[in-house]
Design a protein around this ligand. Structure first.
Ligand SMILES: [Zn+2]
Length: 259
């Protein structure tokens, strides 16, 4: 099914710092990772079109708790990974391509590291990546279930997408992530510029998201574990000489966890 019109994706804030992403298409609306059904239902009352589907990236409750109430209100399919036990009508696995109403071709990408079955949805016709908690602006999700090797694989996978890809993470962690990124790369000029931009946005109560892959490749230390500056900073923190990639990522992740 062709879908020439690019979906309009907007954040629905919930809880302390979550974003559920609302996707408006000519065929109807979708929502990604609805942790709070009431917020979605209130928003939907302002919309002319109904919700026609739900996308779920991983099993954490702040991404799934709203599924049941929304399916009760709008009979609709729910696409998600095997690790989600309840509420999924269509289980999807990595490397599949689905054609979904209004979204066009949707590639399922394996981003397992934060959780063992975490997936991302890549709207291939439109260059939009719904990545859940796998990647944040200037950071990445904690390794609750995966290993640094998993994280290295996920960062490599995301890096291969077009640099123009719009990225929609599910938490407003950007400002705190930037503070860490600047500890890693104090001389990164693009990062300094971005820090100023995000401070202005947040002061105006504007979301810092979505972001782009081009930006993240320039400022996100977890996507930059092959850069000499990042390897050197991680090595200095670990007090031993680290290799780029997985070793550097392992140190960055542990460093950030205690930052
Ligand atoms: Zn999570």
């Amino acid at each position: 099914m062709s879908s020439p019109q690019t979906p309009i994706i907007t954040p629905l804030p919930c809880f302390i710092d979550n974003y559920m992403w609302h996707i408006a298409t000519p065929e109807g609306d979708w929502v990604v990772d609805p942790g709070d059904a009431n917020v979605v239902l209130a928003h939907q009352r302002t919309r002319e079109k109904p919700l026609i589907g739900i996308l779920i990236t991983h099993h954490h409750l702040d991404h799934t708790a709203g599924i049941a109430a929304l399916v009760e209100a709008f009979a609709m399919p729910v696409y998600g990974p095997n690790e989600v036990r309840e509420g999924i009508s269509h289980y999807v696995t990595s490397s599949q391509r689905w054609q979904l109403a209004g979204l066009g071709n949707v590639d399922i990408i394996d981003v397992a590291a934060h959780t063992r079955g975490h997936i991302a949805f890549y709207l291939a016709d439109h260059g939009q990546l719904l990545c859940g908690d796998s990647l944040f602006s200037a950071g990445c999700g904690r390794l609750f279930e995966g290993t640094p090797a998993d994280l290295a694989r996920v960062m490599a996978t995301i890096s291969t997408l077009p640099s123009t890809t719009m990225i929609y993470p599910t938490h407003e962690y950007t400002a705190a992530n930037i503070r860490f990124a600047q500890a890693v790369e104090p001389n990164n000029a693009a990062l300094a510029d971005y820090a100023e931009q995000v401070a202005q946005w947040r002061a105006a109560d504007r979301p810092s998201l979505p972001t782009t892959l081009a930006r993240e490749l320039a400022i996100n230390p977890f996507l930059r574990s092959h850069e000499a500056s990042v390897v050197e900073a991680a090595s200095a923190h670990a007090q031993r000489s680290l290799q780029s990639g997985e070793q550097t990522l392992a140190t960055l992740r542990a460093w950030k966890d205690n930052f």
